[in-house]
Design a protein around this ligand. Structure first.
Ligand code: ZN
Length: 468
């Protein structure tokens, strides 16, 4: 007898053969998919818990390859300020936070992602990582996994000018400032990856510097050392290397540290590359993590269609949450199609099945986890979501892949299973109190905003003008 059995669902496996069962079942034993197939093959087999998924589509849990720890408690703040959102975010993260902030935000972000059907989440902690201590990334990981999600959070050298000053608060509200150096970034990154892994089966600490390649605030020598160190730590502890990158960065890595360009490297945004850089990527195999809904994609250019045609590895990510976007990866599925079709004036590009792979098996591969997650197959982890399709915008439910990719949104997901454990049922999280997640988040927000002491970050009197 299995532990869990899902019956009567429309199952979209996203496996190599694109199996689809109009009326199928999935048997789960412990954390693993034990059997999957059409209902007529189920026979007498049953489970301790049986969930009838009639009126539901069943898919692999979505994999969001890039987001930021911290942003759920600063979203929309300061988007109208002249002195820049990035600077405000860095001030908040470096001067106004404590482990409770990172823990509460980690739980809030994971709750949002789970409720949109994301079962594996990647977060770079901070806008660009805070590196004076491992406590922010540790608290982010612990807060996240408490919700039931599979969480990969990372730190690495931040971008922007050094030295940075990090403020640590004591219990009595007093504080101490620490000058953060590049050396400290290497030391803290290695300490985090060494000590935080192996503690929990759904948690991984990865290497995630704010940028790799040629950071404009640093000398070539400093950038070469940075690229080497980040690569060395990722290799030593066998974890993914994940970062932001833009035009010129791939060429710089190729010229100075070609050893870092491997399929274990994922490069978020990847806007502004030269043709030569695209050819380097096609040859060496790093992943492009494309966020269609991001600010970077609005102001830059990532030639997704051309990249895919060249055989460049690519996944679609939210880069959430932020001023102007949520963690709803379903929206990114629509946007990546829309923007590529608009750009090329061709409504046939990026078919729905391909888009579904870009948010499941492709990011799983990029993270080195495709033997465990990213598709529904016997022997893989039971990371499964069910979408309620008995709703006006999805019924009658035919052509399942197109109906979901074109029409479903995050709120249509109503069952989420991670590692064989139910994390959400009937749109309510089951492993943590949602009320407590929201209360903790509100408390952490109040504390942070009083430390920041800049009321203008929440006041935008230009909101109804044509430009901010
Ligand atoms: Zn990002």
């Amino acid at each position: 007898m299995w532990d869990l059995l899902l019956t009567n669902g429309v199952i979209i496996t996203v496996d190599g053969e694109h199996h689809l069962y109009d009326k199928g079942y999935i048997g789960v034993e412990g954390d693993t998919i034990a059997a999957i197939g059409p209902m007529e093959e189920l026979g007498e087999r049953t489970a301790a818990r049986v969930i009838d998924c009639k009126g539901h589509a069943i898919l692999p849990g979505l994999v969001d390859g890039h987001g930021h720890g911290g942003h759920c408690l600063i979203r929309t703040l300061g988007e109208h300020l002249d002195d820049g959102w990035e600077e405000m975010a860095e001030t908040i993260y470096y001067r106004c936070t404590d482990p409770e902030f990172w823990r509460a935000e980690g739980a809030l972000a994971a709750a949002e992602r789970l409720k949109f059907g994301t079962t594996t989440a990647v977060s770079m902690v901070g806008s660009t990582p805070r590196v004076d201590s491992i406590l922010p990334v540790q608290a982010n990981l612990e807060g996240s996994v408490a919700t039931g999600i599979r969480q990969l959070s990372g730190i690495g050298s931040p971008y922007g000018a050094f030295p940075k000053v990090a403020r640590t608060y004591r219990e009595d509200g007093s504080f101490e400032d620490t000058v953060v150096t590049p050396e400290m970034a290497y030391k803290t990154t290695e300490e985090a990856v060494r000590t935080l892994n192996g503690r929990h089966k759904r948690m991984m600490c990865i290497v995630a510097p704010g940028r790799m390649g040629r950071r404009p605030d640093e000398s070539d020598e400093a950038n070469i050392r940075h690229n080497r160190e980040m690569h060395r730590i990722a290799e030593t502890y066998d974890v993914p290397l994940h970062t932001h990158a833009y035009g010129g960065d791939v060429q710089f890595m190729m010229d100075h540290t070609p050893e870092v360009l491997t399929p274990r490297l994922s490069l978020t945004h990847s806007t502004g590359y030269s043709q030569q850089e695209l050819e380097i990527l096609a040859r060496t195999g790093p992943y492009v993590f494309h966020g269609p809904t991001t600010h970077a994609n609005a102001v830059g250019h990532c030639p997704v269609q051309e990249m895919l045609e060249m055989g460049i590895h690519l996944a679609v990510v939210t880069d959430g949450t932020a001023g102007d976007r949520s963690f709803d990866l379903w929206r990114d599925m629509k946007n990546v199609q829309l923007f590529q079709r608009f750009r090329k004036r061709d409504g046939t590009l990026l078919p729905c099945g391909k888009v579904l792979e870009l948010v499941t098996i492709e990011p799983a591969r990029a993270l080195g986890l495709d033997h465990l997650i990213g598709s529904l197959e016997v022997g893989k982890r039971a990371d499964i979501i069910a979408v309620n399709v008995m709703q006006p915008h999805l019924a009658p439910f035919v052509m399942p892949v197109q109906r979901l990719v074109y029409h479903a949104m995050g709120q249509d997901v109503d069952l989420v299973i991670v590692d064989g454990q139910i994390a959400m049922e009937g749109r309510t999280l089951t492993q943590i109190s949602e009320e407590k997640v929201l209360e903790d988040a509100a408390r952490a927000f109040e504390k942070m905003i009083s430390r920041l002491n800049r009321p203008e970050v929440m006041q935008n009197d230009k909101l109804y003008e044509l430009r901010q």
